[in-house]
Design a binder for this molecule. Structure first.
Ligand code: P6P
Length: 337
């Protein structure tokens, strides 16, 4: 990673990818191409989101938009765009998507990689102009090339990811990703159609004073989580919950903080999805010096059993995640008498 310090802020994403590839003499460029494919789809989705903002004001879902096209929900559009970019890029054999019940086989049977993606998380926030995001994980296939990817390819532990990232469509559009050698953030300049390195080697503070969770569910939270939230209030921490995971995660990553989605009455296994939400953010936060658990163990050590399985998520500054665990352990001790 020391070499990276030689890559200045303002470097384009394409040049950055090339420079990083040069650090791996045996790299053959497929992962680099895959990252470029994701960046391409991001540019297209970014345009759609900005356009849809206007159309949404003019019409509602299911009506014709001003161009006479059947208006589609943005998460469906994003799903189509990312899958198309990955299919056309040729490096990915199979895609798991929140928008698809089953595996998507791209037809690239010699593709070395699998991508798990939430094409547009928090899309219900579009109409109220709140930041939304895309989350993606990249795995090397374990099955033999020459055929479609398999379920085993798609149910690998998060620790097996070769890359992970998210895109936040907020006041600016940013692509943040890691290939296991640190986390870097790139800001999109739409007038140039380029991403530029703006946040090199992101490191998240060990401690923070921001907690993010939906306290409307507090009555069904585990006792230890409730005790931790009381502690946060005693410490005069700040509650910040946008209702958009990528936006809450991104703020906490840069400023320090913790996001908690524990088991609730409505979501006894937590709400967030292990394969295409939790694993990617867990790899990123660990690469930035933070921590991600499901309340008992490390997210990246969990072996998925289903494509769309949910899991509880505690993620962010290391000392804050450890603190929640201390409260949960204390509450778990049976009281005498
Ligand atoms: P709740 C959006 O639907 C999402 O998946 C995350 O982006 C967000 O953090 C969470 O769910 C919000 O869930 O139950 O608090 O509305």
């Amino acid at each position: 990673m020391d070499d990276q310090l030689a890559i200045p802020v303002g470097t384009t994403l394409d040049r950055f990818i090339m420079r990083k590839q040069e650090e791996f003499p045996y790299a053959t460029g497929e992962l680099s191409q895959l990252l470029r494919d994701i960046a391409l789809a991001t540019k297209i989705v970014n345009r759609e989101i900005n356009r849809a903002g206007l159309i949404a004001l003019a019409g509602t879902f299911g009506q014709q938009n001003v161009q006479g096209e059947e208006q589609q929900k943005l998460d469906v559009i994003a799903n189509i765009r990312f899958i198309r970019a990955l299919r056309n890029g040729g490096e990915v054999c199979t895609v798991i998507s929140e928008e698809e019940d089953h595996l998507i086989q791209t037809g690239n049977t010699n593709g070395k990689y699998i991508v798990a993606i939430d094409p547009l998380d928090g899309s219900s926030n579009i109409d109220v102009n709140v930041a939304i995001g895309t989350i993606f994980s990249v795995y090397r296939r374990v099955s033999e090339a020459g055929d479609d990817g398999t379920l085993a390819d798609c149910l690998q532990k998060g620790a097996k990811q070769v890359a992970a990232g998210y895109i936040i469509f907020g006041s600016s559009t940013m692509l943040v990703y890691t290939t296991g050698c640190g986390v870097n953030g790139f800001t999109y300049e739409p007038s140039l159609g380029e991403f530029f390195l703006s946040h090199p080697l992101i490191s998240t503070p060990r401690e923070g004073k921001i907690y993010s969770c939906n306290e409307g569910n507090i009555r069904s939270f585990p006792e230890g989580v409730r005790a931790y939230l009381d502690y946060c209030k005693e410490q005069n921490y700040t509650g910040r919950y946008i209702g958009s995971l990528v936006a809450d995660f991104h703020r906490n990553l840069l400023k320090g903080g913790i996001y908690i989605y524990p088991p609730t009455t409505n979501y006894p296994n937590g709400k967030l999805r292990l394969v295409y939400e939790c694993n990617a953010l867990a790899m990123i936060v660990e690469q930035a010096g933070g921590k991600a658990t499901d309340g008992s163990g490390r997210i990246l050590d969990k072996t998925p059993t289903e494509l769309h399985q949910r899991c509880p998520l505690l993620i962010g500054s290391r000392d804050m995640v450890d603190k929640v665990h201390k409260f949960m352990a204390k509450e778990a001790v049976p009281t005498a008498g």
